[in-house]
Every structure is written in C-alpha cells, then in structure tokens.
Design a binder for this molecule. Structure first.
Ligand code: BES
Ligand code: MN
Ligand code: ZN
Length: 500
C-alpha cells in the first residue's frame, strides 16, 4: 500500500474514509476533530458523550459523513490517554483502523493527524503511522488460488498536510516506506515454504538486492567451502540434497577504507533437527529458521535504499538441516574453518555450527564489529518468552545502543549474561568444544559457543527464536513471520550514522 501526502483541508478530501485519531477521555475536541464535529453538527461530540466510542487504544468506530464533508465516512480511532501516548500506541491504532477499513473492502483512505501530540517526536510519530498501517496490512497470499479474487487489499493512504509540514512529511514517509518495505520483504522470504526457499533460491533473492547502487554480491558454493575448510557448515549441509551457500552482500555507503560492520544471519532454510530429529508437531515452523538471514538481506537492502553513510558486510550461511544418509551423527567431530574442533553432541544444535564458520569468515573483513542474528535456541524462548529478543555479547556500547534503538522501534530486547563459567560448559572431553551443553542456560551456552569464533572483535548476538514468528498475531504483526530486528538494526545504524 502506498502512502502519499496531500495538501488541502480535510473537509475537501475525496476519499472513502477519513481517519481521525482521538485521545481517550477528553471532553474538548481539538484540531481537525473540532472542525469535523462542527461540520457534522455535533455528531462526533455526541458519539463520544454517549460512550459508544471513548478513544481506548486501537478502538475503531465508523460514522457516515452524509455530505457534511467530501469524504464518505469518518473512521474514528482511539489512541488511549494523552499522558500515556507513545509510538507503539500509534502503530497499533493505525494497524487496527486500516485492518478494519480493509475488512469493509475499502481501498483507499486519508488521515489528518495532529503530529504535535508527541511534540519532541514528531518525525517518529509520522513514521509510526506508516509502520502501523503498512506492517499491519501485511498479508502473505502467493499460494492462494481458491477465492483469491476476494482477497481484500488497501491501495492507498493519503496524509493531509499543512503546507508548512509538507516536506517533512514527504521525507519521513519516504524513509518509513523504505524501512517497512524491507520488513515486508523479510517476511516474504521467511513465509515462503522451504521447498521454494532453498539456499540457492535465497541466494537469488540476495543477488536481486545487489542490483542496487553500492551493493556487491558474492556467493561461496560447496566447492569453495571445501577448499577453505568450512567443515562445520558443510557438516550441517551433508544430510540434505540441497547444496549449501554462503551468501555475501557488501554495501559501501561510508568512507572508503572505513572498516565495515559485519551482520551475520542464520540461514537454515529448514531445520528438521537432523538425526537428532525434532518432534513432528510444529516442525513446519522450522521453515522460519532463516529469519536472521532474511533480516540481514533486508537490512542491506534498506541501507542501500536509504543511502546510509556506512559500510556493511552481510553474511548468510544458508543450508538445510536434514537426516539423509550423509548426515552428521551425534558424536561426530568437525574441524571448523577457524581450525578449532567441535564435537557434535546434538545435530539439532546446527545453527551455532554454521554460524561458527560464517563468523570466522566475517573476521577476515577486519570489521569494526560483528552483530549476528539467529533463531538459535528454544531455551531463549523458555527464558524470555515468545516476544523478546535475547541479547548477549562483548560490545558494551553496541548493546547499549541496540537496547535504546529497541525502545524506539517497539521490539523487546533483554540482555543475558555471558560470564566465563558458561564457557566451561561447552568444553568437550575429546575436541575443543561441544555443540550442546544440555538444558541448563541453553541460550547462554549457545552464545558462549559463538564467542569462540569472533576473535576479539566487538560482537553482539541477538537470539530471535521467540519473536521471529507469531502464532497469534499482534497489533501490527499479523500471524506468521514478524521480520523482527529489521527495524531495530536500521534504527541502530541510522543513530550511529547521525553521531559520526
Ligand atoms: N532452530 C532451533 C531453535 C528454535 C526453536 C528456533 C524454536 C525457533 C523456535 C535450533 O536449531 C535448535 O534446534 N536448537 C536446539 C539446541 C539444543 C539441541 C542444544 C534447542 O533450542 O532445542
Ligand atoms: Mn536445530
Ligand atoms: Zn535451527
């Protein structure tokens, strides 16, 4: 759905519905609502007085304008109490009202907003409207053939602006559209079934991203991995007919010669568990085990579209984890690309194996820092719940900045400790490390394992096993793939660029 800016007065906008946002429990109407109420002969005031609509967060109420203004309907949407207003409430409210209008088979709407409701966050307010509307309307439909004519779709939202605000709005909407496009792109990659999102196909999508200015694409195939000795990645791939790929996207938007930031994303296009097979129930969800990889590709895409002044290298080790005749067996020992040996106690702890080799490869770029993003452990979901990203690592500054960025984007991040005792738990009796330390502190021992492959570079690990997928759906994250960390990392990168 497109978002545009229109100059003019809200009363003259020709549209199927004009959206007016209200704060809860306010006796006086302000701004456009005041004018609308006057034109409607007090109707809006009556609706509020009667209690039929009070402006609770994400409450929606439709009234017909019946010629009092040019728009056919007025869609009232609640923002909750003015004192409690924040960006999440705005995103959620716009998701709710847009979904409601789509349900009525409305194709286009307009809104007029008092962006000074959050005076010190005006630009973010505008972005939040775009995010709520576009992310809330996301639907994944390419495989529907029955009844697909009935799929409802919103095509346009116009934001009515004062002439003085026009250029700020255009600018912010453009940026937010790039970012939300990237989130939806990640969601598409993740939602695709594993038979149609193999490592090779994922690589093709990355190659398309690389058509952008300043983006370069490289692919390491199985032969190259063998020459380099990436036996951890190759080991995981050995049970599958699909050849593994190490996808590399470089973006040069910063100064020439500036060390890049490395983003490494887990790209398991399907994780059956391998010989340590997962239970059948919900195994289908393991097509999403490339969510970290999808996020990395999407972030590079948006960074290029936003022309961020930063150098980035994105690395996505991509493979299936299957149980074919060549598959890893519990007890196997692999010599990783770093030279360190790994005893594979559980073939379902495959993410850390492929990441080990990709992290070692990332170090060759001599990056300023490394951030990895992975649906790494069920233990992280047990510890923090389905909504929360687990954060661990050695880069105190980046962790602090990511935490702060998350408070803006509404993604929930919580740090777990990475003390030396956890490294003791991953020592193997006969190899250097073992890939599973059992049930205790599973999210942390997984991160401790990764820490062995980042040299001494500043590094942050984000475990997104919980929030990468939602079975219930949330305000502006419809059921399914969330695209989590795409907005978070872009916010973090934008803040970093501002400082420099
Ligand atoms: N991809 C899974 C982790 C996962 C679980 C992601 C649930 C999303 C939802 C990962 O490869 C895995 O299987 N981890 C094991 C590790 C264990 C064997 C040490 C786990 O968490 O059970
Ligand atoms: Mn696994
Ligand atoms: Zn996995």
């Amino acid at each position: 759905m497109n978002i545009t800016v229109k100059k003019g007065s809200f009363a003259d906008i020709k549209t199927q519905a004009i959206i007016l946002a209200f704060c809860e429990g306010e006796k006086e109407l302000h701004g456009a609502a005041f004018d609308a109420n006057k034109k409607m002969n007090g109707l809006l005031g009556d609706v509020i007085k009667s209690g039929d609509f009070v402006g609770r967060p994400s409450e929606v109420f439709i009234v017909y304008a019946r010629g009092a203004i040019t728009a056919k309907r007025i869609a009232l949407v609640g923002l909750g109490k003015r004192k409690e207003l924040n960006l999440e409430k705005i995103r959620s409210a716009f998701a709710a009202v847009m979904q409601h209008l789509r349900g009525l088979n409305i194709k286009e709407a307009a809104t007029i907003m008092d962006f000074d409701l959050l005076p010190d966050q005006k630009k973010r307010f505008i972005a939040a409207v775009v995010e709520g509307a576009r992310l809330g309307l996301y639907q994944y439909t390419p495989y529907k053939t029955v009844g697909c004519d009935e799929i409802k779709e919103m095509r346009q939202l116009a934001i009515v602006a004062d002439p003085g605000e026009y250029s700020v709005l255009v600018d912010e909407i453009k940026k937010a559209s790039i970012i939300t496009d990237a989130v939806c792109f990640a969601r598409d990659l993740i939602s695709a079934p594993a038979n149609e999102m193999t490592p090779s196909i994922l690589a093709e999508h990355a190659a398309v991203v690389a058509k952008r200015k300043n983006v370069r694409y490289h692919l390491l195939d199985k032969g190259k991995m063998k020459t380099l000795g990436m036996n951890a990645l190759l080991g995981v791939a050995s049970g599958s007919h699909q050849p593994p790929k190490l996808i590399i996207l470089e973006y040069y938007g910063g100064k020439k010669g500036d060390a890049p930031l490395a983003l490494v994303g887990k790209g398991l296009t399907f994780d059956s568990g391998g010989i340590s097979l997962k239970p059948a129930e919900k195994m289908d969800e393991m097509k999403t085990d490339m969510s970290g990889g999808a996020a990395v590709i999407a972030v590079i895409r948006a960074a290029a579209d936003l022309r961020l002044p930063v150098n980035l290298v994105g690395l996505v080790p991509a493979t299936e984890n299957m149980s074919g005749g060549g598959a890893l067996k519990p007890g196997d020992i692999l010599k990783s690309y770093s030279g360190r040996t790994i005893e594979v106690l559980n073939t379902d702890a495959e993410g850390r194996l492929i990441l080990a080799d990709a992290l070692t490869y990332a170090c060759k770029y001599k990056p300023a820092g490394i951030i990895d993003i992975a649906t790494l452990t069920g233990a992280c979901v047990v510890a923090l719940g389905e909504d929360v990203i687990g954060m661990l690592g050695t880069d105190e500054k980046a962790k602090e900045e990511i935490y702060r960025a998350a408070q803006t984007t509404g993604e929930l991040v919580w740090e777990l400790p990475l003390w030396d005792n956890y490294s003791e738990m991953i020592k193997s009796d006969i190899a250097d490390y073992k890939n599973s330390a059992g049930r205790m502190a599973g999210a942390i021992t997984a991160a401790a394992f990764l820490s062995k492959f980042v040299d001494d570079l500043p590094w942050v690990h984000l475990d997104i096993a919980g929030p990468s997928w939602t079975t219930k759906g949330k305000a502006y994250i419809p059921k399914g793939a969330s695209g989590v960390t795409v907005r978070l990392l872009l916010e973090y990168l934008q803040n970093r660029c501002k400082k420099e």
